[in-house]
Design a protein around this ligand. Sequence first.
Ligand code: SF4
Ligand code: SF4
Ligand code: SF4
Length: 291
Amino acid sequence: MSEPLVFNPKVRRVIQSAVGADSHMCWTCRSCLNECPVNLATSRLQPLKFVRLANLGLLDEMLDLPQIWYCLTCNRCSQVCPMQVKPAAIIGYARSRWVASGRVSQKTLDDYRMLLYRFQRVRWHAAKACMKKDATPDLADSLWREWMEKRVDKSLPAIRIGSAAFSVQPSRSASRNADGFSCFTCKECSNACPAFGGSEIFDPLAIIRMANLGMGESLLTSPSIWLCLECQRCTDTCSQRVRGHELVRHLRKLAIETGAVDKGFLTRWYLMGKGLYPKLLNEIDRLFGFQ
Ligand code: SF4
Ligand code: SF4
Ligand code: SF4
């Protein structure tokens, strides 16, 4: 029988103070588990586990978890938490302690950033593949490797104002300040976006600018709009109150309504995610030496 875990109130206070949230308020509703895109696709990242360990002050046990590096920092777990426990901030704190402890080299951290960047490239290719009606969502290792390396098409055409036959802005009545016209291109949304991959792959600012310029057709047929993780960080960070996440959501709805993607797309895209995320976690395991 293994030894029981011993509650460490001092470490719990340190963690709670660092993340600015009370882990003991968690009432284990599991909403964070059901919201995490990585957990939904793989069952391998449980934000609640970090909350429970933080609550017991078990920092060392937390630092033994590879899951620290599985997190995409999308913050969806924190947003959905009814008790404002901030699981994402707890994972972020564990990550910072890991780095501070010298367990990981700068090269590994650089490679990790590049891996996440390439992952968005893979997702772009995957979304494009899913746009074909006869696509099979099976993701072979060879295809994963190919998509990691392959640059995306130059999908964005030269900017021309007013080429769209319909508006791609959500109506103001449906969503106050959801349009992008007040954007002054400060790039805060791009900097905050966990799915950012450059303007050719995915960049909320590029999408807002294209919507402002009436480039609806290009947007609705672009794989990029399916890369958004719906985390709302672009909206939360925007000082001009542009609601980027609602714009992307609206574009997706229009893409389905106008037939830019067929009705089977969402199922293929969902199934593709089930192949993509485990491969990403395997790459992370290899990079950090977890396997
Ligand atoms: S969503 Fe919040 S309250 Fe619910 S299990 Fe997760 S941390 Fe606990
Ligand atoms: S921040 Fe996102 S990826 Fe990380 S645990 Fe929370 S929901 Fe999952
Ligand atoms: S909601 Fe905004 S910040 Fe989050 S992934 Fe989508 S575009 Fe990026």
